[in-house]
Ligand binder design. Structure first.
Ligand code: ZN
Ligand code: ZN
Length: 272
């Protein structure tokens, strides 16, 4: 099957403190792999934690955000006509802090805003060492709470795309059956909100060795009419477009017939 229009909608930069390489090298990597467009979506400054730079290893500072925006704009201009470089953001959803996020999002002219739930019950769900939380706090509790927050994130309308839908599996802790209702509710909320989801190859590089979302969950989401984008969640130039064949195959196996791209937060549909 043809695959002429290739996109990667989840790409970080070294500003977040846990990615490597120059931003320009991510674009060059995308070009060399034949991608048509990429969206830089670095982590939003941790607006919901106290202090100006609560965790330098997880996100850029507030002061760096306009610099990031300018860098992506400059790359867009430099590579115009060869590859489309979009200005995006991976924005954490943090319950109770919606107004602060709204303010950050209003400050710049984003092409696409990803919504992520990384902060669950007062701690990270996916940071190094977070896997031990499942033994300490209970897998069922974490999965149920994660999906409650993801559904709420969808309903805020703040995001264009929900990322890594089943993120708590990252370290290999599969969703227990007791959390299935919470998952179903999150799917229903995504559908009702009209938000898209990503099919991400990042999970294939993690202990779980499976794309996000898992095939049965992806089938449920696609069946519910939730649109998709493709992503690698690249934290290094070598990861741009990584796993492209796998996420494409996953989309087709789930019955998807189209995928989305974005400009100024307006969606375009592309046949698959
Ligand atoms: Zn990251
Ligand atoms: Zn993420």
């Amino acid at each position: 099957m043809q695959d002429t229009y290739q996109t990667d909608y989840h790409i970080h930069t070294a500003r977040c403190g846990h990615a490597g390489g120059a931003a320009r090298d991510y674009v060059l990597a995308a070009l060399s792999r034949g991608l048509s467009e990429i969206a830089f979506t670095d982590h939003v400054p941790l607006y919901f934690l106290p202090g100006d730079d609560p965790d330098p290893g997880l996100a850029m500072t507030r002061a760096e955000l306009p610099v990031y925006v300018e860098e992506v704009r400059a790359l867009r201009e430099e590579f115009a006509g060869r590859i489309d470089v979009l200005l995006g953001l991976e924005a954490d959803y943090a319950e109770g802090h919606e107004a602060a996020l709204r303010e950050i999002l209003a400050a710049h002219d984003w092409d696409v805003v990803l919504g992520s739930v990384h902060w669950v019950k007062g701690d990270w769900i996916d940071a190094p060492g977070s896997g031990a939380r499942h033994e300490r706090e209970g897998t069922e509790t974490l999965w149920t709470e994660y999906y409650r927050l993801l559904g709420k994130a969808a309903a805020t309308g703040l995001f264009d795309v929900l990322t890594h839908f089943d993120l708590p599996k990252k370290f290999g802790h599969r969703m227990p059956p007791e959390a299935a209702d919470a998952e179903r509710a999150a799917v229903a909320q995504a559908r009702a909100a009209g938000v898209a989801i990503e099919i991400s190859s990042a999970g294939l590089r993690k202990a779980v060795k499976e794309e996000y979302p898992a095939p049965p969950l992806l089938k449920e989401l696609v069946g519910a009419g939730v649109p998709i984008v493709f992503s690698s969640d690249a934290h290094a130039p070598a990861e741009v477009g990584w796993g492209r064949a796998e996420v494409l195959a996953a989309a087709r196996a789930a019955g998807a017939r189209e995928f989305l791209s974005f400009r100024k937060r307006k969606r375009r549909r592309h046949p698959l």
